[in-house]
Write a protein that binds this ligand. Structure first.
Ligand SMILES: [Zn+2]
Ligand SMILES: [Zn+2]
Ligand SMILES: [Zn+2]
Length: 173
C-alpha cells in the first residue's frame, strides 16, 4: 500500500488501481470529503485535521501541486504547534486512497498533485517543476512484446517524463 511513498514513484498498478476505483472522479475533492476519508481510516477529525483538509481542498480546486514541507510551513502560520509528521501522515493517507499522486523529485521526495482519474502519466519541467498530465501511454503491442520476451505477466508500469516547459525554454533565448 505504501510502495508509492517508499519508491517516490507514481504508483500505477495493483493496489493503487483498486484504491483508485474507490475514488469518484465526478466528485470534487472538498474539505468534507477529505475529512470523511480521515474518519473512515480512524483518524479523528480534530481542528488540526480540519485545517489540513481545508488547505488541501484549495490545492485540489486550484490544481496546484505542493510538497509536504510547503504545506507544513503554510499551516504553521495558522497553527504554530502543528508537527510535520502529522501533516506528512495526513497526506500519505490521502495518497494511499488515490486522491493525490506523487510526482517524484530527483531526491526521492514527492510533489503531490490532484490528478484526473483516467490512466495518465506526467511530464515535469526540470526548471520550474511545472507538471502536465500526459494522456497517452505506451502502445499495448509493446507491453505484449515485453510480456512475451520476458515471460512475465505485466501488471503495471511507471513512466515519468522530464523536460523544459515553453516558458522556461523562452527565458533562455
Ligand atoms: Zn497523476
Ligand atoms: Zn518550466
Ligand atoms: Zn501508462
Amino acid at each position: 500500500m505504501d510502495m508509492g511513498d517508499k519508491t517516490g514513484r507514481h504508483q500505477e498498478f495493483g493496489t493503487a488501481h483498486r484504491l483508485n476505483a474507490l475514488r469518484d472522479d465526478q466528485m470534487p475533492v472538498t474539505a468534507e470529503r477529505i475529512l470523511a476519508i480521515f474518519d473512515t481510516l480512524g483518524l479523528r477529525s480534530t481542528r488540526t485535521r480540519r485545517l489540513i483538509a481545508q488547505r488541501l481542498a484549495t490545492f485540489a480546486a486550484s490544481g496546484a501541486d505542493f510538497t509536504v514541507q510547503e504545506l507544513w510551513q503554510e499551516l504553521r502560520e495558522v497553527d504554530p504547534q502543528l508537527g510535520r509528521a502529522t501533516v506528512y501522515r495526513a497526506v500519505e493517507v490521502l495518497m494511499s486512497q488515490g486522491l493525490f499522486h506523487c510526482l517524484p523529485f530527483g531526491d526521492g521526495s514527492c510533489r503531490y498533485r490532484l490528478c484526473g482519474g483516467s490512466h495518465h502519466h506526467h511530464v515535469t519541467c526540470t526548471q520550474c517543476q511545472r507538471v502536465a498530465e500526459v494522456s497517452v501511454c505506451l502502445p499495448p503491442e509493446l507491453f505484449a512484446t515485453i510480456a512475451l520476451t520476458t515471460n512475465f505477466a505485466i501488471e503495471g508500469h511507471f513512466l515519468e517524463l522530464f523536460g523544459r516547459c515553453a516558458d522556461c525554454r523562452n527565458t533562455l533565448l
